[in-house]
Design a protein around this ligand. Structure first.
Ligand code: SAH
Ligand code: SF4
Length: 396
């Protein structure tokens, strides 16, 4: 049957790899410096030269954006040929790019196995932020989040995570010319937020390795203060985030009682509000200049009362924080509505008067479904029903 050329071909987009692997060539994108070193030694790079070679190849890939070994002109020709034989420099494939009226760009990105994730670029006056995904879908099932309704889940590799940064730089035309290093403030892509699809702390090692690459001064060279990781509250990994990545932290808080948070962010049943706040109070990098962001989605009649705002400031007392209010972004079948603007302003006012910054996040890219929580692969098939979503949220 396998050899029968007339047999019908059944295609399953979810499982077909986008390219047949080229022999057993290793993709260098996403390797840590140590892994790159090992890979170069394995192809016979002399021990004495390897440190220098790692540095050279690293710079070609992450500083100059070069994709073929032939272009690595400071390496000997035969060495370039050997590299070519064993390695590739490959990014995930951009399937489509949509540009919103407000300049937001949403990339649909295909990774190995045919899975798709979304990456969103948000230009602002003083910065350009890339919102990247860490998983296909998410194993957590926050009841207000579109991604959480997607059944299919796999962790992204470090290469697929840093690859999103590189493909956005390709699209923005932002690989610096040799010898020129634009300051962070003047870069088109100046900030990264791990706020796309997935729970980054359930894919810790790959997220860490990718962010180390983003911060490496010989490459993309973003300051750790320009990277923010958002978690729904995976308590055991929070201290590690400070120690091993050193980026800023955002917490998807969203509720001020365990009863409501259990429904909105079900991971709360495992690590409740008190446990989460204890972990944040112990956060190794806690300081006024590196405040923790509390994300709070505004859901009409659910978590948006003045009383809830007062409870929120009580709860977080003592933690250097800012509170980012996110007007709920609707998606088809969502069991919630966005709070009225008057309600959001009243909530924000209480927090502000208690001494906390309380910016209201302007929804960006709504016309292309690029706003927070709207991300979900278009090809994803196993959709949960409206009833299932409501049931899991405890809303039925
Ligand atoms: N999984 C991580 C990071 C991705 S979500 C986390 O949950 O923190 C990024 C932010 O968008 C989170 O604060 C999330 O709670 C919020 N969000 C999810 N769905 C949303 C929606 N429909 N409207 C507004 N914000 C939403
Ligand atoms: Fe996952 Fe975050 Fe969405 Fe919750 S809000 S389902 S943790 S992506």
């Amino acid at each position: 049957m396998a050899n029968d050329a007339t047999a019908p071909i059944t295609q399953d987009l979810v499982t077909i790899p986008r390219k047949l692997p080229e022999g057993d060539k290793t993709n260098l994108v996403g390797l840590t410096r140590d892994q790159l070193r090992e890979a170069l030694l394995a192809i016979g790079t002399p021990e004495k030269q390897v440190k220098m070679r790692v540095g050279q190849i690293w710079q070609w890939i992450y500083q100059k954006g070069v994709r073929t070994f032939a272009d690595m002109t400071n390496l000997a020709k035969d060495y370039r040929a050997t590299l070519e034989q064993h390695f590739v420099i490959e990014l995930p494939e951009v399937v489509s790019r949509q540009v919103s009226d407000d300049g937001t760009r949403k990339y649909l990105v295909r990774i190995a196995g045919g899975h798709e994730v979304e990456t969103v670029y948000i230009p602002e006056e003083d910065r350009g932020t890339l919102c990247i995904s860490s998983q296909v879908g998410c194993t957590l099932t926050c009841s207000f989040c579109h991604t959480g309704t997607q059944k299919l889940v796999r962790n992204l590799t470090a290469g697929e995570i840093i690859g999103q940064v590189m493909l956005a730089r390709d699209d923005l035309g932002e690989w610096p010319r040799p010898g020129r290093h634009p300051k962070d403030e003047t870069r088109l892509l100046s900030n990264i937020v791990l706020m796309g699809m997935g729970e980054p702390l359930y894919n810790f090692e790959n997220v860490r390795d990718a962010m180390k690459i983003a911060m490496d001064p010989e490459g993309i060279s973003l300051s750790r203060r320009r990277i923010t990781l958002s978690t729904s509250g995976v308590v055991p990994e929070i201290a590690r985030t400070a120690e091993e990545i050193g980026c800023l932290l955002a917490i998807s808080f969203h509720a001020t009682t365990d009863e409501i948070r259990d429904k909105l962010v079900p991971i709360n049943k495992r690590w409740n509000i008190a446990t989460l706040l204890d972990a944040l109070r112990d956060y190794p990098r806690l300081s006024n200049s590196e405040r923790i962001t509390f994300e709070y989605v505004m859901l009409k009649g659910v978590n948006d009362s003045d009383e809830a705002a007062r409870r929120l400031v009580q709860l977080i007392r003592g933690i250097p924080a800012k509170i980012n209010l996110i007007p709920f972004n609707e998606w088809p079948g969502a069991p919630y509505e966005r709070s009225d603007w008057k309600r959001i302003r009243s909530f924000a006012d209480i927090i502000y008067k208690a001494g906390y910054a309380s910016p209201i996040r302007t929804p960006r890219g709504e016309d292309i479904m690029a706003a927070c929580g709207q991300l979900k692969s278009a090809t994803e098939r196993a959709r949960k029903s409206r009833a299932q979503i409501a049931a899991e949220a405890g809303l039925d």
